[in-house]
Design a protein around this ligand. Structure first.
Ligand code: NI
Length: 157
């Protein structure tokens, strides 16, 4: 299928708790590929399956570092530490930004697209994006826990 449309607020798929993936099938691998293409086309650094209307626990992230694109199925944060506030955007909430408090370091465990268990240890921006995308799997959006909010939709004529 390739690039898919990105679902925006207030679509209710973004508010649902996404279902765990039980088996890695060919269609799941295709979904992960489409998510990667969609993320790149939107110039995003992360995307969760609910953002293309699929209520499954799958995320892709790519902050443009040497780790490249990381796909995680059924990701779980098993450890987090530190705390840091930065502004974040979301492809599903265009032109709005939330000041978010996130852990600085996270250890995320999940499956890769081949169904193998993987551990991702991340800091800084990558840790932040992982936390953002995992929030999406739980139906949590930026404005649910933003410390401050900026809406740039009004500033454009
Ligand atoms: Ni988002």
């Amino acid at each position: 299928m390739g690039v898919r449309p990105i679902v925006k607020v207030p679509h209710d798929v973004l508010r649902r708790r996404a279902l765990p993936v039980r088996r890695i099938t060919a269609s799941l691998v295709a979904l992960i590929g489409d998510m990667g293409e969609t993320m790149v086309a939107a110039r995003g650094i992360g995307l969760a399956a609910p953002q293309i209307g699929v209520s499954k626990r799958v995320i892709v992230v790519d902050i443009g570092d040497e780790r490249g694109r990381i796909a995680l199925v059924n990701p779980v944060i098993v450890h987090r530490s530190g705390s840091e506030q930065e502004w974040e955007g979301c492809l599903s909430i265009p032109e709005q930004y939330g000041l978010m408090d996130r852990a600085v370091d996270v250890h995320v465990r999940g499956l890769n697209a081949q169904g193998q268990a993987i551990d991702v240890h991340a800091s800084g921006l990558l840790a932040r994006v992982l936390q953002h995308e995992i929030d999406h799997l739980n139906g949590v959006l930026l404005f649910d826990h933003a410390l401050d909010w900026e809406d740039q939709r009004d500033s454009k004529e």
